[in-house]
Design a protein around this ligand. Structure first.
Ligand code: SF4
Length: 481
């Protein structure tokens, strides 16, 4: 049995990391392994690599972290000059081995392997239509729907087929795909999820985030433009697709999801998070003794709140960085410990102190009261919460497992009610303008729907995560705690 770690479930979950490489003379499987290792924060449920040497596609997928999913022998068997890889956090389809990616789809003599970051909101009707047309599905993922839709689309070449498929797909998708002679990268027309292009030795690479390129010795060239199809083969890189139109990059990449050493739209994430802390200090000053950030995602904002306010910074909570996934089923007692498995307060540092606690976001409101309670139990005299995002009032349909609307605390309560519920002495959410100012990019390039309810495309279909599963739910091996 595979279990999600109980201490992860209160946060917003990213859905996946993708990577691709086209290069002769290097070990593409090993390169993909290390790139996935750098993208581990984007998904910890399963990992997979597909490669080709021009004669068929080899695939290895397994549940668990990248380091658990591959042995040296697995990597050695994956020989080729084109490779793609995937880290999964499930948003469509349950967490079980068959849903691990890359997925492979075959039809009419064509074969592709595909890895997907995002969420397709019209995947159920597309799935049913394709099934009626004779396409077979082996997984419960929207990613397999995309792969089959591309195969089913008209066109004499991959570019035309993908363009046709893109006209029918609704939602978020950053894709890497391989065929027997091509590496292909695709980003949806809104550019909801990031994707970037780099060079490596005598070849090319594509990654969800630039940090993956850094770690494998690749050079960042540029982002894949929203709506762009990048086709890489022995002739080099060709770019296709419609690249104008409204953009909707997920603002949470800046707040929480992407690694602080990644650069998106020319902005180093660490610096944007620092700017959020400064903006919070401006918007919500308070008389206090110490500032701390909830590690690790709010550390930069906590330090900059401290610098801007003149209140000293401290590490009030220590994080167990090895808590991520466990294959040991927690019993009821361990489940009740919750965040205690992840954080331990430094009581001798915080006892008797008035604390400013900076965190990235509040989603359901289940984790934050436990953190506040832990700090109070350790002796904190006051706890003043400062949040790097506005209240989250609407769910995400574009690849982030926020929670249904009724579970979002800010959809049910006013800010004063939330403060009282969290047992905080004060609570300050960064304003939307403060957030946009901190990121330093035009407001109209972002998706802000979980704050505003204004989705970049109409969301009429509230799709069940398991809508494409054919097995009864009790057969799923993963248990969400
Ligand atoms: S709804 Fe929120 S989490 Fe989802 S893509 Fe938009 S900004 Fe990101």
């Amino acid at each position: 049995m595979l279990y999600n770690c109980p201490v992860k479930t209160a946060f917003m979950h990213e859905c996946c990391g993708v990577f691709g490489v086209y290069a002769s003379g290097i070990n593409v499987a090993q390169t993909t392994f290390f790139a996935l290792f750098a993208l581990q924060h984007r998904g910890q449920e399963s990992a997979g690599i597909a490669v080709t040497d021009g004669d068929g596609i080899k695939l290895h997928t397994k549940m668990g972290l990248v380091s658990q999913a591959f042995t040296e022998n697995d990597i050695a068997l994956l020989k080729g000059h084109i490779g793609i890889g995937h880290n999964r956090y499930s948003t469509t389809g349950s967490s079980r081995p068959v849903n691990a990616q890359p997925v492979i789809a075959k039809s009419g003599g064509l074969t592709i392997a595909l890895a997907h970051n995002g969420n397709i909101i019209n995947s159920k009707p597309l799935h049913d239509e394709l099934q009626e047309r004779g396409y077979h599905f082996h997984t419960g993922t929207d990613s397999e729907v995309i792969a089959n839709l591309i195969l089913a689309s008209p066109g004499q070449n991959w570019q035309t087929k993908i363009e046709h498929a893109m006209h029918r797909l609704q939602g978020a998708y950053s894709l890497v795909m391989l065929t027997e002679d091509k590496l292909i990268g695709v980003r949806d027309p809104f550019g909801v999820r990031p994707l970037c292009l780099g060079t490596i030795d005598n070849g090319w690479s594509i990654a969800s985030e630039s940090c993956a390129l850094d770690h494998i010795g690749a050079q960042f060239i540029r982002e894949v433009t929203p709506g762009e199809i990048v086709v890489i083969d022995s002739h080099g890189v060709k770019s296709f697709g419609k690249k104008d139109g409204k953009k909707a990059l997920c603002i949470f990449e800046y707040i929480y999801f992407a690694r602080p050493d990644s650069i998106i739209q020319g902005k180093l994430l660490y610096l944007t998070r620092e700017a959020m802390g400064r903006a919070l200090a401006r918007e919500y000053p308070v008389d206090a003794d110490l500032v701390m950030g909830v590690p690790d995602s709010a550390t930069a904002a906590g330090i900059s709140y401290s610098n801007a306010s003149g209140i000293p910074y401290c590490e009030g909570l220590l994080k167990n960085r090895y808590v991520g996934r466990t294959f040991i089923a927690p019993d009821q007692r361990m489940r009740e410990l919750g965040v205690q498995l992840k954080f331990n307060p430094l009581s001798q540092v915080i006892a008797g102190k008035r604390l400013v606690v900076v965190d990235d976001s509040i989603v359901r409101g289940t984790t934050t009261p436990k953190i506040v309670g832990m700090l109070r139990k350790a002796g904190a005299a006051q706890v003043h919460l400062r949040i790097c995002a506005p209240p989250i009032r609407y769910p995400c349909f574009f690849g982030v497992d926020t929670a249904p609307r009724w579970q979002l605390i800010a959809a049910r309560m006013t800010v004063p009610e939330i403060r009282e519920f969290l047992d905080a002495d004060s609570l300050g959410y960064l304003s939307l303008d403060g957030l946009i100012g901190a990121v330093g990019l035009p407001k109209d390039i972002f998706c802000l729907a979980c704050f505003t309810g204004e989705y970049p495309i109409p969301v009429q279909i509230e799709m069940d995560k398991l809508a494409l599963e054919s097995l009864p739910q009790e057969n799923f091996s993963a248990i969400k705690l």
